[in-house]
Ligand binder design. Structure first.
Ligand code: NAD
Length: 483
């Protein structure tokens, strides 16, 4: 499927169950990152479109959707999941052309979206309150209730996965959603809306308004009748969204950046570790919030790990998304510029290996995957999020030093520990500051069931799993005195 064969019109918004042109009639060009060619026009939604979407969501919340029994909501989500699964190949091809991610990675995202709908469809009628022992003559219980209208602001790097975890959990708990996808990649958000329509989701339960962050995004995050904001993206924009939502005193979930470490001890199973060490850094060309961009290696295996990682880097081929090589282009010329400026700041470092750019095509936003070795923990490339296919190897001697380095950035999203020593695994799992710690594996982005989110500048709140459903609900305590 090419983007000229879409089963929906990408220049429209999806509001109140209908495809409508943006109120101000403007569009934005959409480019294919693999070759820079324009592949279509998307709606440039603005404040009036957000207002219409919020009104539609309010009507759904107060109407058919809000009153629907949880089991029926769950069935609808499960049906939507099956439609996503049936169209997974189409969705993957759309995503590959829109985001630039190699097809097999785009396929994994489409299947993850289907799985989120399956998980949250099944979970919809399994969330319940409690009865609480209290004073004589009382019965006290809690009710888990939807916030109402939820806003979802999504980045371009994993549209399908992030829509799945955010919108999936919000719909399962009975919220009505307004989704603002990223201006750089919004096609699968619109495809998802079209499939939701086909699945029979009531009008207004899901609304999609593409547009710029400063226009549609700002209108949504500061909207006084939105009761919860879920944002995934950069730290700066996350802080701006929290500030915009503050006067409305609504909860905000922030899933922000990371500088996630993998820690390799001398006693690690290197054969098991090596694929994870590299893949977690170059997946989606490193444009992954949970990318593992820091590899901490104990001195006893430093030489071997560096050599074996370098060998893998040398075999990485970079090229157009539909060629399905190991690494695709970056999303935009802007992102390429950011990554290249980081590479320039690494000119004082040792390049252990780089990937192969010979399959890259003109006009695409390609950079060579780059592995730096022997990097000091306080170097900017070892501290700042690069958001490109760049990893640094940081040597260490002791466990204490490894923990200090792992915790030595502003972020705390994901970490992993490679060691056969069970007591050490347990110590590090407790002492590392991160939302997720993996022991002898690494799960960049995977795990629909696993609560996910950060500490520090990586954000707050949790998505995925049941935990997300607590976040998308509010708890009411009912205390009845009956004597
Ligand atoms: P971004 O913050 O620039 O944009 C994300 C979204 O916010 C887009 O939809 C954009 O239109 C919107 N936006 C921009 N300005 C806005 C404003 N003023 N008000 C409201 N909305 C606005 O992020 P990006 O460049 O698209 O994504 C890259 C960043 O996202 C990286 O830092 C990465 O680590 C992070 N990220 C985090 C996670 C996670 O789960 N923790 C996942 C993916 C990406």
């Amino acid at each position: 499927m090419t983007v000229t064969e879409l089963w929906f019109d990408p220049s429209l918004c999806f509001i109140d169950g209908a495809w409508v042109p943006p109120a101000e009639g403007q569009t934005l060009p959409l480019a294919n990152p693999s070759n820079g060619e324009e592949i279509g026009q998307i709606a440039r939604g603005t404040a009036p479109d957000i207002e219409a979407a919020v009104q539609a969501a309010e009507a759904a919340r107060d109407g058919a959707w809000g009153r629907m029994p949880a089991a029926d909501r769950g069935r609808l989500l499960a049906r939507l999941g099956r439609l996503v699964q049936d169209r997974a190949e189409d969705l993957a091809r759309i995503e590959a052309q829109d985001v630039g991610k190699p097809l097999k990675q785009a396929r994994a995202d489409a299947l993850a979206l289907a799985r989120y709908m399956e998980f949250y469809g099944g979970a919809a009628d399994k969330l319940h309150g409690e009865t609480i022992p209290y004073m004589d003559g009382y019965t006290v219980y809690t009710l888990r209730e939807a916030h109402g209208v939820t806003g979802h602001i999504v980045p371009w790097n994993y549209p399908m996965q992030i829509i799945g975890r955010s919108v999936g959990a919000a719909l399962a708990t009975g919220n009505a959603c307004v989704l603002k996808p990223a201006e750089d990649a919004c096609l699968t958000a619109l495809a998802f809306a079209a499939l939701a329509q086909e699945a029979g989701l009531p009008a207004g339960a899901l609304n999609v308004v593409p547009g710029l962050g400063a226009e549609a995004g700002a209108a949504l995050s500061g909207h006084p009748r939105v009761q919860h904001i879920s944002f995934t993206g950069s730290v700066g924009v996350g802080a701006a969204i929290q500030a915009a939502a503050a006067p409305n005193v609504v909860p905000v979930t922030l899933e922000l950046g990371g500088k996630s470490p993998q820690i390799v001890f001398d006693d690690a199973d290197l054969g098991a570790a090596l694929p994870f060490l590299v893949n977690a850094g170059i997946q989606n060309a490193g444009q992954t919030c949970s990318a593992s961009s820091r590899i901490l290696v104990q001195r006893g295996v430093l030489e071997e790990v560096t050599a074996r990682m370098a060998e893998r880097y040398g075999a990485l081929r970079v090229g157009p998304a539909l060629d399905d090589l190991e690494v695709g282009p970056l999303i935009s010329a802007r992102q390429k510029g950011i990554v290249e400026s980081f590479l320039a700041r690494g000119s004082d470092l040792t390049v252990a290996a780089q990937g192969d750019l010979s399959a890259a095509v003109d006009g695409g936003h390609y950079v060579a995957p780059t592995l730096f070795s022997g990097v000091a923990a306080d170097h900017p490339l070892a501290r700042d999020e690069i958001f490109g296919p760049v990893q640094v190897i940081i040597p260490f001697d002791t466990e204490e030093e490894a923990i200090a380095i792992a915790n030595g950035t502003d972020y705390g999203l994901v970490a992993s520990v490679w060691s056969r020593d069970g007591a050490r695994q347990m110590r590090l799992a407790r002492q590392i500051r991160a939302g997720q710690v993996f022991l002898n594996n690494y799960g960049a982005g995977g795990g629909v069931e696993l609560p996910f989110g950060g500490v520090g500048k990586s954000g707050h709140g949790r998505e995925k799993g049941f935990e997300a459903m607590y976040g998308f609900t509010t708890l009411k305590t009912v205390a009845a005195y009956h004597g």
